[in-house]
Design a protein around this ligand. Sequence first.
Ligand SMILES: Cc1ncc(COP(=O)(O)O)c(C=O)c1O
Length: 355
Amino acid sequence: MTSTVDIHIEKTKKSRVSEHDINNVPFGKCFSDHMFVAEYSDGKWQKAYITPYADVPMSYAMSALHYGQAIFEGMKAYKNDKGEVSLFRPIENFKRMNKSAIRMAMPEIPEEIYMNGLMELIRLDSAWVPSSETGSLYIRPFLIATDEAIGVKISDTYKFVIITCPAGKYYSEPIKVLVETNFYRAVKGGVGFVKAAGNYGRSLYPTKLAQQKGYQQVIWTDSETQKYFEESGTMNVMFVIGDTLLTPGLSDTILDGVTRNSVLALAREWGMKVEERKVSIVEVFEAIDKGTLKEVFGCGTAATIAQIIGIGYNGKDYALPPVSERKFSTRVDDTLRNIRKGKVEDTLHWMMKVS
Ligand SMILES: Cc1ncc(COP(=O)(O)O)c(C=O)c1O
């Protein structure tokens, strides 16, 4: 899809970047100087602009708030030692955004608007990209329905917005997870395979219950049989059993993670055996008993690799192998960081240079 919308740019009069220690800020709370906005009405994308980051007036009748036509993406920009800024696989997030838009009956965003808006914004706010080893600029593109109208129907108007915030490590420690068999993140025929805001709203209560029991996250199971692992919190989940990397195969209940795809690509490049299929709770607990379960980890943009060192199921806690023995996920974590920070050659062409 193409578009000829020009981006009007209004720069901030005074950057706020010096007011923050961008290499040391809490995740998702400190926003950079500018934001990108594109507006859709009368069946087409009308205008696009970058302005100083600010609150905006909003009607309480705005349809996204009531009927959930709201989707988003999460991606990151990195700064190398020379101060150059690059994005990690941004086209994958663009494609997934439009997959989400189609499923939620929202207009697709033309590639030109998405990518030009993104590149201009990151170029303008490149001073906000942390240079620390584990730092990055987290980028949040989102699309919301903006009709001022009560009544369940497809909105006629939308805003596509990109905001960004400097970010450090998401989880500072390895995590313990609870296998959740009463509540489900996604159901067959639902919207689990897209990044619809409602998927996250529904996950909060079960996650709160798990956290009250001392776990950091849940591992979701399938709603039909409760026999198979699906995802962990907002990450795809992976297991190394023997010499095989196992992860649930894609379906309409599993998000097609960019990190998941990247981890699988590296594993295949390194000649590791990879299986994308249903992963049953029984086989994982059998592997724990036999000592063949080597690694369990979540993967996603925010955390990259989150080591899972404990798993609770049916009232019992199981300890998993220590992180120091996890060769594969440690190598993946290091390799992804080195590719992103420009320390090794980007042979898979994942980085897109911004400046
Ligand atoms: C439910 C869910 N699964 C998996 C992921 C990981 O996807 P990605 O690697 O593209 O960030 C995310 C994060 O976006 C998520 O929200």
